[in-house]
Write a protein that binds this ligand. Sequence first.
Ligand SMILES: Cc1ncc(COP(=O)(O)O)c(C=O)c1O
Length: 396
Amino acid sequence: MPHLASDLNSITHVPIAKIPASGIRAFADKIADIPDLIKLTLGEPDLNTPDHVKQAAIQSIQNNESHYSAQKGTPKLRQAISDYLKRKQNLNYQPDQEIIATVGATEALTATMLALFQPGDQIIVPTPAYALYFPLIKFTKAELITINTAKSNFILTPLALSKTLAKYPHAKAIILNYPTNPTGREYTSEVLAQLATIIKKHQIYIISDEIYSELTYDCAHVSIAQYLPEQTLIINGVSKSHAMTGYRIGYIAGPEELISLIAKMHAFMVTAPSNPAQAAAAEALINGDQDPAQSRQIYQKRRDYIVKSLNKMGLKTITSEGAFYVFSKIPAEYGKNDEAFALDLAHKAKVGGTPGSAFGEGGEGYIRFSYAASEANLHTAMTRIKNFLLKKDEKK
Ligand SMILES: Cc1ncc(COP(=O)(O)O)c(C=O)c1O
């Protein structure tokens, strides 16, 4: 096993070394070896990829689609994305100039931020937020400006946005994510319209991460691009909608001036996504509207069950409208120490949840549970948490 020669050690003193690895992963590793643990930590569907989607990937391999695809993605997939955005959101994007197929939403976010952020740029992020945004902002040496949404039920209010923009009039971008990871909250069209009206008055663009757009339970998803297409980059993909996290297909849609810059970075990073995965994603977007509809029913039932159970046992939990997460307040005796509660829960109740502080300001004192887990596992997990809380109360 090679070890770096000691006189080469200074090679490791590079910016990435100073950026902490994902807090979510670090916590998952801490509890990984606990026997019989029910993991409600996972951020991916537990359902299978639909058969017709799998067949499209198989067919692509059998057709010897083994060469590089067009860098921005196969024409078929880009057309499918364009048609999908028109059908679902009444948005108009030209497949050739305004869409890039990426290696998951992760690459979409990474290529966007590496292409567009510069040292000193101020980037606004309502928090708690998806943890990947933080290291990417740090890596580009941009400045993170957070807006803590905990006091407004984890929704960015127009007032809070106005105040922040008044304080940081030169902010360059705002990253929105709805339905939101980790809280499951979804924005209504009314709030989005109000936010768009404010943003329109500023020279700022929106990176709108809508990866959970197909997983909403009480309302249909609306993209902020409906109000402000000229200032919005949509990030989306098929990972969550069609249970395809391992296929790694996402996309970016937006104004050509931004897309052409991001396309360069995307080409430097990955050249293009793989052909079989693109063929599968195209099939999902062309013929798979019914697939998320089925998943929605399953997730909604689980959400209703877990929200009710957690509230009943005293862990205050807002009914989240989307994604497959709930964000629960931890028992008062733990104060803001969500990691201590999550560790106790993992070791003593054998249920894994993710400490809220991993998602930034406003997440402290909360725990995220994913309900992308079987109903049987959810039932057992709820029983275990209930018994753990009861036992703790008896000891008092
Ligand atoms: C808010 C958010 N954006 C992006 C991603 C990444 O998606 P993908 O698996 O398509 O890279 C995730 C995955 O958990 C997410 O929660």
